[in-house]
Ligand binder design. Structure first.
Ligand code: NOJ
Ligand code: MG
Length: 739
């Protein structure tokens, strides 16, 4: 091929202007190209002349280029074409227009993508945290599983039973203390916060437990006891010997063995005795202890003590724990003036003050500065969590992996689970019994801007047995819901290692309905080990008493609710099988009330617990939806769970009374006439259809009924309804948005 130039216009030589771009002699284009390059290299004006591969930058007049206007109408560019020519080609409409179209398409797509991303982020409700997505299960380690046959549960025992949590759809496990301890208060008297008590195992056992838990997507919540240590703690020994650094680590006041105590303060749990002061012979002063005399209170007015606690929090965060249950927080600070607290009955003689109930605890409970302290701990946890790489953990074989977050145990991540996506962060729950001062409890939530605990434990449902009725159940639920600050997350507790088991205090008849309520209310349920199978208190004879509180006052013993977990009908209920010893007796009902037997029975308390916890996790209205009271009377408590845009809604009806009831909800227009039972405490009712005009329940019976409608209850009854964060579902594409 040749180019020739004429009148400043470039045109292909004759014979080359065909679409196939062949040379006159019919050579293939590739051959032409190389021929063209040879020609160019021969030209003297060509700046690349003389170069071996010299591609001409300037086209010579004699080059065989036919110029016809500015258009190369029939020619396609080819590799090796001179730049100028190529540029001229590219300005041809047939190249320029598609190119511009492509360019603007790319720009538009990018902008659209950015806009969609920003919109999705802006309209999406907050992710749920792991502690919201799953119930919390409390393990009392002495009683859960004994791996070595010494009669006391241990960390290896917990590892053996991790699958139990997966079976229950539980992800968050709180383990009561296993620090090194003289066990005067079974671990709530800590001798060394950085060590594991040999009864429970070693630090390696702990690390293994944590790794095994994380491997399974389980989170570990440590019990943390900031208020006091054991009197065997190194700090206390240094304090009583007046080591300059530790001298003020505890609360000391002048007194002597014979003179009166520094003031009238009494121990908080009156069952532990009366005065909260004990004379220490070594130091010659009295020290404060709001619990046992073997549990001296730390002095949080001392900044070094605060720093010690922060260091300990970091120590366990470094190990990889996921959260803390903060023990006895209202006791952390005391008034410095040490004045007597006012008597509840001022006319009585001072000697009559012997229990917690005899004083107004103006100077020992919930002192000014307490929340600042807790917020400081919290801020430390959050700051730690924000440090790079903090969400990673090291698996047992040194494998580094990300948390498998937000995925219900054993399931793959799917659209639905993304909607229940889980926010990773550390968790803090506080323990404070404020009885009738609900606003004091709510303070632990912190404010909108300053985080404190994710929730303070809600103990109100422990009162359910005192008045078995639907109205009372509603009252207790409403105590929390009506007082909880806007946007906070509720939680529910029906038992722990300090309180009688609910199956005993309410009676076994009510166990299923209580679990049903726990798992269908909004917020996080806490399950004390054994509640999932309806375990009851044991009877402990005086000689069997282990609890120091019980030794002081048998009726106050907490041993009954701490008996060994009932795993099967083997020796010692499978708690251990190597010896006949268990630290507390096993409940005699273990042959029928145990995990193994109940697993095999689809209608058992355990099976029901499992299917309800699965429903809670998979049906969005339970995790994300509105909670509305529908009805409460002497027997029945009823509420709905619904989510805007979600067709399926749920009516829950629980009979906490002592009689059977026929509940008429026909006046509730938002409910359809017929509802389908999807979970029932009495398994024969599963799958039944009920008429809303007459829903029959026996005492202790509960029903979860599903119905299908887009008509919602909450818009017409705002005073009866709560939601922590509004969310609506775009059901067609399965996306949640703020609404
Ligand atoms: C609350 C714990 O739950 C209880 O068991 C313990 O005795 C006291 N705090 C003292 O730590
Ligand atoms: Mg053991």
């Amino acid at each position: 091929m040749r180019f020739k130039k004429a009148s400043g216009r470039v045109e292909l030589a004759e014979g080359t202007r065909n679409p196939a771009f062949r040379d006159a002699d019919g050579d293939e284009p590739a051959a032409e190209h190389s021929a063209g390059r040879e020609d160019h290299s021969a030209r003297t004006e060509d700046p690349s002349a003389g170069r071996e591969d010299g591609v001409a930058a300037v086209v010579e007049p004699e080059a065989a280029v036919a110029v016809v206007g500015d258009e190369y109408s029939q020619v396609r560019p080819y590799a090796g074409m001179p730049k100028e020519v190529l540029l001229r080609y590219s300005s041809q409409a047939r190249y320029r227009v598609p190119r511009e179209i492509l360019f603007w398409l790319t720009v538009c797509c990018t902008l659209a993508l950015v806009a969609v991303t920003v919109t999705v982020v802006a309209v999406s409700p907050r992710c749920l945290s792991w502690w919201q997505a799953s119930p919390v299960y409390q393990v009392y380690p002495r009683s859960f599983k004994d791996s070595d046959g010494d009669g006391i549960g241990d960390l290896k025992g917990i590892v053996e039973k991790l699958d139990h949590f997966l079976y229950l759809n539980i992800k968050s496990v709180w383990i009561s203390p296993f620090y090194r301890s003289p066990m005067r208060d079974f671990g709530y008297d800590v001798e060394d916060f950085r060590d594991i008590d040999p009864i429970f195992g070693t630090m390696a056992d702990f690390e293994n437990l944590l790794a095994e838990m994380h491997q399974r997507g389980l989170k570990l919540i440590m019990d943390f006891i900031p208020n006091h240590t054991s009197d065997r703690h190194r700090w206390f020994n240094l304090s009583r010997t007046r080591d300059p650094h530790y001298e003020d680590y505890y609360v000391w006041a002048d007194c002597n063995s014979t003179s009166p105590k520094p003031n009238n303060w009494v121990r908080t749990v009156s069952v532990f005795g009366n005065s909260s002061w004990t004379y220490d012979e070594v130091r010659g002063q009295c020290y404060l202890h709001q619990f046992l005399k073997e549990q001296p209170d730390l002095n949080f007015r001392n900044p070094d003590v605060r720093q010690e606690i922060i260091d300990l929090i970091r120590f366990w965060l470094d190990k990889g724990v996921d959260g803390f249950r903060m023990d006895a927080v209202k006791h952390i600070l005391e008034a410095e003036h040490l004045r007597d607290e006012p008597q509840v009955y001022p006319d009585r003689p001072p000697e009559s003050v012997t229990t917690e109930w005899d004083l107004h605890h103006d100077y020992t409970y919930t002192q000014l500065g307490l929340h600042d302290l807790l917020r400081e701990f919290r801020a430390e946890m959050d700051a730690y969590s924000r440090e790079p790489g903090r969400y990673r953990y090291r698996g047992p074989r040194g494998r580094v992996a990300m948390w498998p977050a937000g995925v219900p145990n054993g399931r793959k991540l799917g659209v639905r689970n993304i909607m229940v996506c889980v926010w990773l962060g550390r968790f803090m729950v506080t323990e404070s019994y404020d009885y009738h001062e609900v606003e004091k409890t709510m303070m632990y939530y912190g404010t909108r801007l300053i985080k404190e605990s994710d929730f303070p434990f809600n103990f109100y449902l422990l009162d359910l047995p005192h008045n078995k009725s639907g109205a009372w159940a509603k009252h207790l639920v409403d105590l929390w819901m009506a007082n909880m600050p806007l946007g906070k997350w509720p939680n529910w507790v029906v038992g722990n290692h300090d309180r009688s088991r609910i199956a005993s205090s309410a009676g076994p008849t009510y166990v299923r309905a209580i679990n049903m309520m726990l798992l269908t209310l909004p917020g996080t349920p806490t399950t004390y080990y054994g509640e999932e199978i309806g375990m009851e208190n044991i009877n402990v004879t005086e000689s069997q008493i282990q609890d120091p509180a019980g030794k002081y006052n048998a009726s106050a013993s907490r041993d009954p609710e701490r008996s060994p977990m009932q795993w099967n009908d083997d020796m010692n209920a499978g708690f251990n099988n190597k010896t006949n010893v268990t630290w507390l007796p096993v409940h005699p009902d273990y042959e029928s009330v145990n995990v193994e037997v109940q697993k095999a029975d689809g209608g058992s308390v355990l099976s029901q617990y499992r299917s309800l916890s699965s429903l809670r996790q998979t049906a969005l209205p339970f995790l994300r939806g509105w909670f509305c009271y529908v009805h409460a009377d002497a027997n029945v408590f009823s509420y709905v769970r619904e989510l805007d845009g979600h067709r399926a809604a749920y009516l829950i009806l629980l009979n906490f009374g002592t009689q059977s009831a026929a509940t008429d909800l026909s006046s509730v227009q938002e409910l359809p006439d017929q509802l389908e039972v999807v979970a029932a405490t009495n398994p024969v009712r599963d799958g039944n259809t009920v008429q809303k005009s007459s829903i029959l329940t026996e005492a202790g019976e509960g029903l979860v009924m599903q119905y299908s409608t887009y008509t919602r209850f909450h818009p017409k009854h705002p005073a009866e309804c709560f939601v922590s964060e509004k969310a609506c579902l775009l059901e067609t594409i399965g996306i949640l948005y703020k609404c």
